[in-house]
Write a protein that binds this ligand. Sequence first.
Ligand code: NAD
Length: 375
Amino acid sequence: MQQTFLETLNTSDHEQLQFLRDAELGLFAIVAIHDSHAGPAFGGIRRCAYTHLADGLRDVLRLSEAMTDKCALAGIPGGGAKAVLLDRPEFDADAAYRLLGRYVENLGGRWYCGPDVGTGTRELEILAKETRFVTVPGPDGPGDLADATARGVLAGLEAVAAEFTSTSRAQADLGALSYAIQGLGEVGGILARELRARGARVVGSDVDDDRLANAIDRFGVEPCASEEILGAGCDVFVPCALGGILHDLSIERMRFRAICGSANNILATEEHGDQLAQRGVLVAPDYLVNSGALILGAAFHLFGSRDSAAAIDRIGDELLELFARAKGERIAPTRLAGQIARERRAAARSLAVGPFFPHEAELRNDLDGGREIEP
Ligand code: NAD
């Protein structure tokens, strides 16, 4: 049964939750900072036509928490945040993004925002007029985020292929397996291109006919109706469209040996990961394999680096280690990943003075007349 709005609020452990409203602009946004004990929070802005405010609240809480897990698994000194922007007919989007940009700037670097569903390069450029704390892809920013994400998923797919053939990642042959890609957008399109270039059979679906036609013409993807993709006879399912797709009904229908893609929160619940493992399906935790863009963006903002290729490629090795440990401990890899993320979150909490407030050191110094004070 769905929780009520207040129940959802009561069961969350988020540090900060704010509602931003501007009636004239039609702006209604919810910003959630989940956990900043390890460092500044990272997370995109999702713009979506939620039917109920409670749906937006659930989404922002779930997605921001997943960002904390993503940082913990990727070893990034940061935490998770997210914003949802309720898309409404009366919405003055450009003005609303500018106001949101001012809000982000005023947090002073406590939250680095970025792209998500409905917030692309155009909207990020609007935000960048008001704030320094935004990840705008391209040459002035860290580079191409979808490329980085696809690179991480490919590293994950190499780990899957290595696991199937009991070889190393370097020897794994991606071309020997077949793939069903759900969603041929930015990330799914790059994966289709790369897998076809390695000689693999790729079946693909997209609700957008132009994107599907493009993948057929340019990369030789075999088309599949969206509602049929779960039944496609392929080795690996590569979800690159929506979350919540692995649930009671869908896992009964699918016949894949492995699942590894970029979509966030693919498991409806952690138990569905257990059920898939019991059926012998290898599931790569989404927040491990889709962390390429986060790794790239965080390295850019925190260390001024634009080259994160090696760090992103390590996702494949980490996945192989996770598979091995999960086998040894007789536990689903998705559950083990959750346990590791929670352990790391607890460790960051125990080491930190508290949540990350960017101007705190400066302020403490001012208040104390410039003398060092104990934390
Ligand atoms: P995108 O919007 O470019 O592509 C998504 C594609 O999925 C679109 O072409 C859309 O038409 C299609 N789609 C939607 N519903 C579908 C359905 N039911 N069946 C088939 N296709 C459907 O998004 P993207 O940037 O490629 O990201 C894909 C997924 O990966 C998203 O879930 C996103 O949250 C996640 N992700 C992306 C990044 C990134 O760097 N872009 C990073 C981490 C996670």
